[in-house]
Write a protein that binds this ligand. Structure first.
Ligand code: NAP
Length: 301
C-alpha cells in the first residue's frame, strides 16, 4: 500500500533529486512533479529524468499533490511555501528535509496556517550539491527524524513514516527543539569546526597553500571534505539554529580551554583519558551501522 500517489518536490538539488530517485526506485507508480527556482536546475532535472513533470512555478507544481516535500535551503522554506499557498490542495501534507526544525516549522506555519505540516529531517547527505549529486540509496539505513507539532493528525504522521521507511530510512519522532540541540552537536558544530580549521590553515603565513594541500594528512583531509559542503545551505543552518549552535559552541570553547591547559601543564593522563573515551564513541558508531570500519586515513586518491 503506497502512502502517497502524487508527490511534489520543490528544490531539485542533492536531497530533492535523491528523494525523487529513491521514490522512482521504491514506489515506481508514484507520480513525481518537481520545481526549482533556478531555470538551469530545472533544465538539468528534465534531462536527468527523475521527475515525471518539472514546472516553472511552485504553484503549478503542487496543484494535485497529496505530499509536498520542500528541499530548499532552510532560510528559503517560508518564502517558497508562501509562493504555492494559494494552490495547495486542502488535504495535502506538507513536509520538508531541512537540517533544523524549529525555525522551519515556524516559517511553514506562518505561510500555510491551515495546512497539515509534518517537518522531517533525513540525517543523510554528502558534501556535494545539485541535481547530478543525488542518488537513490542515499537514505538507506539512515535516520529520518520527524518533528510533528502536537496537534498533527496521527494518520498523516503515520503516512510520512511509511514514506520514509519505504525509501530505506529508519524513522524516529522527536520534539523540534530537542532535534535542533542534538543536531547542533552531531552535525552543525562539526561543520563549523571544519570551516574554521580549513580557513585557519588557508590563512597561515609561512605555510604555503600548496604545502597545506600536499601534506594533507587524514585529519585535515577529512575536514576539507566537510568544509566543501554547500555554502548557502550551511549559512542558513547556522542562522536558523542560532541558539542551539551558540550553546554548543560555548561548551566546546570551555572543553577546548581545558585541553589547552592539559597540554600546557603536561597532563598526559587527562589527554589520554579523553582520547580513550572518544575512541569508544567511534566504536559505537561503527557497531550501530552508522559507518563502516574500513581504515580511512590510508585511502588512496
Ligand atoms: P542543494 O543541492 O543546493 O539543493 C537546493 C536546491 O534548492 C537548489 O537547486 C536551489 O537552487 C534550490 N532553491 C533555492 N531556493 C529556492 C526557492 N526559493 N525555490 C525553489 N528552489 C530553490 O542543497 P541540498 O543539499 O539538497 O539541501 C536541501 C535541503 O536539505 C536543505 O534544507 C538542507 O538543510 C537539507 N539537508 C541537506 C543535507 C546535506 O547533506 N546536503 C542533509 C540533510 C538535509 P540554486 O542553488 O540553484 O539557487
Amino acid at each position: 500500500m503506497l502512502p502517497f500517489a502524487r508527490l511534489t518536490i520543490i528544490g531539485l538539488g542533492l536531497i530533492g533529486s535523491s528523494v525523487a530517485r529513491a521514490v522512482r526506485a521504491k514506489m515506481p507508480s508514484v507520480r513525481i512533479t518537481g520545481h526549482d527556482s533556478d531555470p538551469s536546475v530545472r533544465e538539468r532535472a528534465v534531462a536527468l529524468g527523475f521527475c515525471d513533470d518539472v514546472t516553472d512555478t511552485a504553484g503549478a507544481s503542487v496543484m494535485d499533490a497529496d505530499l509536498v516535500v520542500l528541499c530548499v535551503p532552510v532560510g528559503a522554506m517560508g518564502a517558497v511555501a508562501a509562493e504555492f499557498a494559494a494552490d495547495l490542495p486542502a488535504d495535502a501534507i506538507v513536509s520538508d528535509v531541512g537540517s533544523c526544525k524549529q525555525s522551519v516549522a515556524e516559517a511553514l506555519g506562518a505561510a500555510l496556517p491551515n495546512a497539515i505540516i509534518i517537518p522531517a529531517h533525513p540525517v543523510a547527505g554528502t558534501e556535494k550539491s545539485g541535481p547530478e549529486a543525488g542518488f537513490a540509496t542515499l537514505f538507506k539505513g539512515r535516520w529520518c527524524i520527524l518533528t510533528p507539532p502536537e496537534n498533527a493528525p496521527e494518520a498523516a504522521v503515520e503516512r510520512l513514516r511509511i514514506f520514509w521507511q519505504q525509501l530505506g530510512a529508519d524513522v524516529e519522532i522527536m520534539d523540534a527543539r530537542h532535534h535542533d540541540m542534538v543536531l547542533a552537536v552531531t552535525s552543525h558544530l562539526p561543520h563549523l569546526i571544519a570551516y574554521t580549521i580549513v580557513g585557519t590553515a588557508d590563512d597561515l603565513e609561512g605555510v604555503t597553500q600548496s604545502e597545506v594541500i600536499k601534506y594533507s594528512a587524514g585529519g585535515f583531509r577529512d575536514f576539507t571534505r566537510i568544509a566543501a559542503s554547500d555554502p548557502v545551505m550551511w549559512r542558513d543552518v547556522f542562522l536558523s539554529n542560532k541558539d542551539a549552535v551558540l550553546e554548543m559552541l560555548q561548551r566546546f570553547s570551555e572543553d577546548l580551554s581545558a585541553l589547552q591547559r592539559a597540554i600546557r601543564y603536561d597532563k598526559g593522563d587527562e589527554l589520554e583519558a579523553l582520547f580513550a573515551r572518544t575512541r569508544n564513541i567511534r566504536r559505537s558508531i561503527v557497531e550501530q551501522g552508522q559507518d563502516d570500519d574500513v581504515p580511512d586515513f590510508g585511502r588512496k586518491h
